[in-house]
Design a binder for this molecule. Sequence first.
Ligand code: SF4
Length: 158
Amino acid sequence: MLKYYNYDIVFQEIPDEVTLAVNLTGCPVHCPGCHSPHLWKDIGEPLDEAALRTMQALYPGEVTCIALMGGDADSAAVERLCAFIQRELGLRSSWWSGRDELPEGIDLAHFDYIKTGPYIAELGGLKSRRTNQRLYRVDHPSGGSGPVLQDITNRFWR
Ligand code: SF4
């Protein structure tokens, strides 16, 4: 089960979006130098469809995207909730994974943005040109050719 510590509106995490960022707990990645080690603990409130609907209702008309920050311990639940965000809340969905590789079998159709990569202090976060992390926009072309990942990490470097 996914749990969250807190949430907030953010403007810089995803270019061109007003994002409701939900910080998930139980992070299994354990990056040295992690900015939020309290998120390693199994604490917080359960995150499910009803909780997301309640959060969205607090910001009527303001939010264009919901980002699930973390959740690598239960990627199936992340995918299910991202599908819900798109289908039932009518918003773009984003997942911030701490892993380099996406889980096998993940259906990109349920995502509009995906960030990958652990935090490595000497390389820096997304705003660093040396970063190992990547932010992808998931394009959904019409015509049945399937979702396509577009690396938009350089949007943080302008
Ligand atoms: S993935 Fe994020 S929350 Fe998890 S240890 Fe790394 S920096 Fe911290």
